[in-house]
Design a protein around this ligand. Structure first.
Ligand code: MTE
Length: 321
């Protein structure tokens, strides 16, 4: 991945207020103060926001905001990797602005008993609404954030598709739209962006599909309207704007693995003991912590060892990076 010099210090001090506000107990106050809330979401023109069904979400007490220090909203939504909309971290916020993400259809296909196409808002309702989880987010480029996501467990979607016994993997695909998406007219990556998970990883309790951040629809630059979140893996697994999930018998290739197989693997598990060929993975820069705010030690599986270590028993993690 292209490594750029830090830009987070360029944001003003006021960016931090979103995080302080978030710490207020009263959720309605938080939404009102942020100036968005449900009314804001309802009034926004269709197509400029991601899916709006399911808000407000219910906090999942296993992943509360009180356990971690959420990164300010402004940092999460202005420091992005989304090469369809620019290769600089600051570009997706502007370049993805006009991209239409509602209405949006998700296709479930491949080795399943229930192949289907769903409108995203209908899907959220069908799955029983949204929950909120605050997760660590660690990029392979050695920076990190803490993000309050809204969404639903990927396991619910897998259950809906009802995989056949031969299905062992999931292949996720992003849209391919050279008419409206400038980045896809250039061969920056092997488009469309694709990612994969083993079926047992996809049904792990942590695997999540996000439709929101901080209690409101996920902005385009973060992957509206559906984005994969696997917090024990490097951020590049978190494919944005998913249009299709195909169940397969063989492991699918994933975009960064295709681009540079010696640097990016299929598993992409966060591991402070296995360095990237060009830099150390032992520590990470905390986005939004300020110029001197610093670094912290990277945790095995990004701090989610208890939930996922059993998935990789007996696997050589240095080879299967
Ligand atoms: N998804 C698509 N479709 N295109 C991308 O370029 N970048 C990935 C991932 N998902 C990417 C993508 C990378 S490298 C990272 S680190 C995360 O998105 C960044 O997510 P964020 O911008 O919400 O922090």
């Amino acid at each position: 991945m292209l490594i750029r010099s830090p830009k987070d210090w360029e944001l003003s001090e006021s960016a931090v207020t979103a995080e302080q506000i978030y710490r207020l107990r009263n959720r309605r106050d938080f939404l009102k103060t942020l100036g968005v809330g449900l009314a804001g979401a309802a009034l926004a023109p269709r197509g400029l926001l991601g899916a709006t069904a399911g808000f407000p979400s219910q906090e999942n007490p296993a992943y509360p905001a009180s356990a971690l220090k959420p990164t300010a909203y402004d940092f999460i939504t202005s420091y992005n990797n989304y090469y369809e909309f620019g290769t600089d971290k600051s570009e997706p916020k502007d370049q993805a602005k006009g991209f239409k993400t509602d209405p949006w259809t998700l296709e479930l296909a491949g080795l399943v008993n229930q192949p289907a196409k769903f409108d995203v808002n209908d899907l959220v309702k069908k799955l029983g609404g949204l929950e909120q989880r605050v997760y660590r987010h660690r990029c392979v480029e050695a920076w990190s954030m803490v993000v309050p996501w809204d969404g639903f467990p990927l396991a619910k979607l897998v259950a809906l598709a009802d995989p056949k016994p031969e299905a062992k993997f999931l292949k996720f695909s992003t849209f391919f739209d050279t008419k409206n998406v400038v980045g896809q007219r250039e061969a920056i990556l092997d488009w469309p962006y694709v990612e994969g998970l083993r079926l047992d990883e996809a049904t792990n309790e942590l695997a999540f599909i996000a439709t929101g951040i901080y209690g409101k629809p996920i902005p385009n630059q973060n992957g509206a309207p559906l984005r994969l979140v696997t917090p024990w893996k490097y951020g590049f697994k978190g494919i944005k704007a998913i249009v299709k999930i195909e169940f397969t018998a063989k492991a699918p290739r994933n975009t960064w693995n295709v681009m540079a197989p010696q640097e990016y693997g299929f598993y992409a598990n966060v591991n402070p003991n296995v360095d990237h060929p060009r830099w150390s993975q032992a520590s990470e820069r905390i986005i939004g912590a300020g110029f001197l705010g610093g670094r912290q030690a990277t945790l095995m599986f990004n701090g989610y060892e208890k939930q996922v270590a059993a998935l990789y028993k007996g696997l050589d993690l240095a080879r299967n990076y």
